[in-house]
Design a protein around this ligand. Structure first.
Ligand code: IPM
Ligand code: MG
Length: 357
């Protein structure tokens, strides 16, 4: 089939990790007889430098005419802790999510047996962890208005807004995923304090009633933060609003060993987007040390979710697991005493594995 994708490498290590994911995507297309078409676009700090806009119209048009977007990372030291910056790279990501209608961010957290010793948690706690975080991505505090400062500058405010419709579509999606998994949904909120959370809970109860086979658990976000490190294997599908999801998915991402390993998919009304969970790590840019696996695994999710090609996805996963077992690893996950490999070496090994399969 025709595989038409937009590549948005972004900033920092983005271009290096996207380059490896592209090579892997090419190898898979080659193996399975697909025709790959790809175009590259600007997003983030590099887009601000070139056009003044972190998500230029040309990039949006490119995404809209593609079947999937493979995204690296955005962010640049010039903008961090710089209150004078009028426009920020991260705004490009937020604008993209909003304009593409990417309301659901799916972040699977799974254990890799060869890496379990890298987890900050005890092995017996991590063992068997396999859950899907579903984070609402286009509502809540991130987009609610009003947002800003009082005239004297001494008061600042953000507004958390959710509509019944926004909650319904994300919670229903969580139940659909649960039906394909172990049939348990944990709805995370702060219904003891927040009005938006009380609406979440009300809507979630209505949806839960339509899925009698699925076990529903309601959990306050503070409790969920604790349970994630105490008993991560108790989760199956966790669904939550934007800000809670941002925080809990970072927590979830280290449970299994390395932030460099977790892919994500953002799906919604238009083209779906696939990106690693980690950021742009500007300090490492150009050094060939970043772990490309989260981006390569994001390409696996792309085959599965955007193109309904599970075999292609599982070949990538198999190759990634084989690379770790062969100790072809970047420094963040390399075993003690072994020399770490570079970003491009890991990518080339995986491409080679796929070619020889
Ligand atoms: C993420 C990131 C973004 C977010 C930032 C870069 C705006 O932390 O994708 O989780 O907060 O959503
Ligand atoms: Mg985040």
């Amino acid at each position: 089939m025709d595989i038409k994708i937009a590549l948005l490498p972004g900033d920092g290590i983005g271009p290096e990790i996207i380059a490896q994911a592209l090579e892997v995507t090419k190898a898979v297309c080659n193996k399975f007889g697909h025709t790959l078409h790809y175009e590259t676009g600007l997003v983030g700090a590099c887009a601000i430098d070139a056009t003044g806009n972190p998500y230029p119209d040309e990039t949006h048009e490119l995404c809209m005419r593609s079947d999937a977007v493979l995204f690296g990372a955005v962010g640049d030291l010039r903008y961090d802790n710089n209150p004078a910056a009028k426009v920020r790279p991260e705004q490009g990501l937020l604008a993209m999510r909003k304009k593409l209608g990417l309301y659901a961010n799916l972040r699977p957290v799974t254990t890799f047996p060869s890496l379990i010793h890298k987890s900050p948690l005890r092995q017996d706690i991590v063992q068997g962890t396999d859950f899907m975080c579903i984070r609402e991505l286009t509502g809540g505090l991130y987009f609610g208005r009003p947002q800003g400062r009082s005239e004297d500058g001494n008061t600042a405010y953000d507004t958390c807004v959710y509509t019944r419709e926004e909650i319904t579509r994300i919670v229903a999606l969580a139940y659909e995923y649960a039906m394909k998994r172990r049939k348990k949904v944990t709805v995370v909120d702060k219904a003891n304090v927040l009005a938006t959370s009380r609406l979440w809970r009300e809507v979630a109860k209505e949806i839960a009633a339509q899925y009698p086979d699925v076990e529903t658990e309601f959990m306050f976000v503070d409790n969920a933060a604790m349970r994630l490190i105490q008993w991560p294997s108790s989760f199956d599908v966790l669904v939550t609003e934007n800000m809670f999801g941002d925080i809990l998915t970072d927590e979830g991402s280290v449970i299994t060993g390395s932030l460099g390993l977790l892919p994500s998919a953002s799906i919604g009304r238009h083209t779906s987007l696939f990106e690693p969970i980690h950021g742009s790590w500007p300090q490492a840019a150009g050094q060939n040390i970043a772990n490309p696996l989260a981006t390569i695994l994001s390409a696996a999710m792309m085959f599965e979710y955007a193109f309904a090609l599970p075999q292609e996805g599982s070949l990538i996963r198999e190759a990634v697991n084989a690379s770790m077992e062969a100790n072809i690893c970047t420094a963040d996950i390399q075993s003690e005493g072994m020399t770490p490999c570079g970003t491009s070496e890991v990518g080339a090994w995986i491409v080679n594995y796929i070619n020889n399969k």
